[in-house]
Design a protein around this ligand. Structure first.
Ligand SMILES: NC(=O)c1ccc[n+]([C@@H]2O[C@H](COP(=O)([O-])OP(=O)(O)OC[C@H]3O[C@@H](n4cnc5c(N)ncnc54)[C@H](OP(=O)(O)O)[C@@H]3O)[C@@H](O)[C@H]2O)c1
Length: 267
């Protein structure tokens, strides 16, 4: 049996096993199996060693270990190094290497799913400065104008050390008009939670895309409000699928298809 894992804490909500086991079956990877495991920080070394010994063939890492796993690894790919966030482990040339596929997963949605030919010269307004935000900024690319706002200013300042070109906006300040507004905070995971940001300048703006990384619930208040203002909206489901696709490709060399059937599995 070739075993793959997603590790996190909590992990019960993870839909990764559904997707990867569907692809293993579809692409006839016999005896390949993907499961979820709740772990504690002291288990991380053991997990990495299991990859080293081929007991595990691949691992996805989720909250709260994307950064904490790094000291246990033998190397990082460029994006994981830049963002200091790892969501995929793979043994390569006898070394356990950490990869970041959140970044490409995010950007792929804008091009492949949303249909932008390019986002060059776009302005982005990014809300949040948590673990996933650096992947989003890396995915956007620093050549674009990126504004960032976060409730805790210290964290946005830390983010600016990694991405010096971003512009920090004080929390609560009315945002400038941008092409894409992204919620990278966890506000909205619980129903009725609302970001306290005044988007009234976006009323009847049919150009701007409001993008929430959250996909459960499918429509957070952030998206509901945007819709009622007339803005375009997208949730985090496709990002989740595209990051999974990139991990699967790293592990198997097969680029699995994202089709309606797999989207239905997630619904
Ligand atoms: N679609 C996908 O594939 C995908 C992938 C990764 C993550 N996500 C989603 O992205 C979200 C963030 O994940 P993460 O790993 O970055 O989490 P995290 O490291 O815990 O960061 C949480 C962020 O939310 C902010 N926040 C929390 N409660 C808040 C409140 N009441 N008011 C204002 N800001 C608040 C935090 O601000 P402070 O710094 O002020 O605390 C911080 O910026 C989660 O909802 C996660 O499900 C989606």
């Amino acid at each position: 049996m070739k075993t793959y894992l997603v590790i996190g804490n909590p992990i019960g909500h993870s839909l990764s096993p559904l997707i990867h086991n569907y692809w293993f079956k579809k692409y006839k990877f016999v005896n390949y199996f993907y499961e979820k495991r709740k772990v504690d920080e002291e288990d991380l070394e053991k997990i990495v060693n299991a990859v080293r010994k081929n007991e595990l063939r691949g691992v996805n890492v989720t909250v709260p270990f994307k950064q904490k796993i790094i000291p246990h690894l033998d190397g990082l790919d460029y994006t994981a190094e830049k963002t200091q966030s790892v969501n995929t482990l793979l043994k390569k040339d006898n070394r356990v290497v950490g990869f970041n596929t959140d970044s490409i997963g995010f950007y792929a949605t804008l091009l492949k799913k949303y249909g932008y030919e390019t986002t060059d010269n776009f302005k982005f307004f990014v809300i949040g400065a948590g673990g996933v935000t650096s992947s989003i900024i890396d995915g956007i690319g620093e050549a674009n104008k990126i504004y960032v706002t976060n409730r805790t200013k210290f964290r946005s300042k830390e983010l600016k050390k990694k991405f010096p070109k971003i512009e920090i906006i004080d929390w609560g300040t009315k945002p400038p008009i941008c092409d894409i507004v992204i919620n990278t905070t966890s506000v909205g995971l619980t129903k009725n939670e609302n970001l306290k940001i005044d988007f009234s300048d976006y009323l009847n703006n049919k150009h701007t895309l409001f993008y929430d990384l959250i996909y459960n619930p499918k429509e957070t208040n952030f998206l509901k409000n945007a819709k009622s203002r007339g803005n375009k909206i997208m949730n985090g489901q496709m990002m989740f699928l595209y990051q999974a696709q990139a991990s699967f490709k790293l592990w198997t060399d097969v680029n699995p298809e994202i089709n309606d059937e797999i989207i239905k599995i997630l619904d």
